[in-house]
Design a binder for this molecule. Sequence first.
Ligand SMILES: CC(C)(COP(=O)(O)OP(=O)(O)OC[C@H]1O[C@@H](n2cnc3c(N)ncnc32)[C@H](O)[C@@H]1OP(=O)(O)O)[C@@H](O)C(=O)NCCC(=O)NCCS
Length: 313
Amino acid sequence: MTLPPDVRISVADRVTAASRVSIRELELAALALDGTAPLDDQVRLDLDFGAPPSRRHLLARGGEPRHVVGYAHLDLASADATAHVVVHPDHRRGGIGSELFSTLAAESAPTRLRIWAHGDPSVGRAFADRLGLTRLRELWQMRRTAKMPLDAPTYPSDITVRAFEPDRDDKAWVELNAAAFADHPEQGRMSLEDLRRRMQQEWFDPAGFFVAERSGELVGFHWTKVHKATATEPALGEVHAIGVHPAAQGLGLGKALTSTGLSHLSGLGVGEVMLYVEADNHLAVALYQRLGFVRHTVDVMYGRPWENLGHEE
Ligand SMILES: CC(C)(COP(=O)(O)OP(=O)(O)OC[C@H]1O[C@@H](n2cnc3c(N)ncnc32)[C@H](O)[C@@H]1OP(=O)(O)O)[C@@H](O)C(=O)NCCC(=O)NCCS
């Protein structure tokens, strides 16, 4: 497939303020048409703050005046390269998506390439079919009504639960998170810098970031988040991340920390609480279902079938 004659693709680790605005417009136009946001928080942070060399932006520019008509984000920091790709609704079916994919493949070679399709839109399925990609992972968004009754959390007697303290807990939390998510391709590799960037976000509130401590060591956490109400959506709570150190698993900390965070969110008056979980993490899915969560949306990770040998998820 060839690109429309006026469209050019460039690769950069930073984008200009004007391109950021253009990408945001593209994202909103795609959301309006597909019913699902094509990019995620990490991509938006890389757009706003600039990405390290291992994360790149691919911009397809065209039109008059020239603006961003297609965008892809490539993350080369882990064993598999992961990408997002989106084309402006006014410029689809012209080969831009395919060309962005070829550029992603060239930029990521020889690493295996994975593509996220948030919300599993039908256009993403048609595109993946055409490129011969297969579904590798499903990430569920689950939701629960905040005012559903909850059992009070019960903790072992040697565990204390308190709010996260910025600076004091940063390093210990990064280590705990890496241990708790050792098998998780994205969450497990959050660095101190990634944590500090999130702490600069306006939604960050240490009062909703609970840590469980045993003998002065962090052994578990539940980091909640509140998405502010918009003109069309009421405020939404989120189980942003929840983790327990392998040495403290099996004590009921996961369930207790989940309840602590849910009570906190309910006290803030959010109507619903959402979370993301791997569809094949059956234990976690069962825990959340017991707490009243139901599946709301599905994100799909696609890959090239000939690269899937040795895939561990
Ligand atoms: C998926 C997406 C990036 C495709 O961008 P695009 O520029 O339209 O892609 P292309 O023009 O290169 O399309 C390549 C082929 O994919 C298939 N395809 C793409 N969109 C399709 C649609 N709406 N219906 C049916 N087939 C479609 C077609 O076979 C097409 O070839 P054709 O036009 O010659 O028939 C774009 O629809 C988009 O931004 N979707 C929202 C984000 C998303 O789903 N990302 C995840 C992708 S896995």
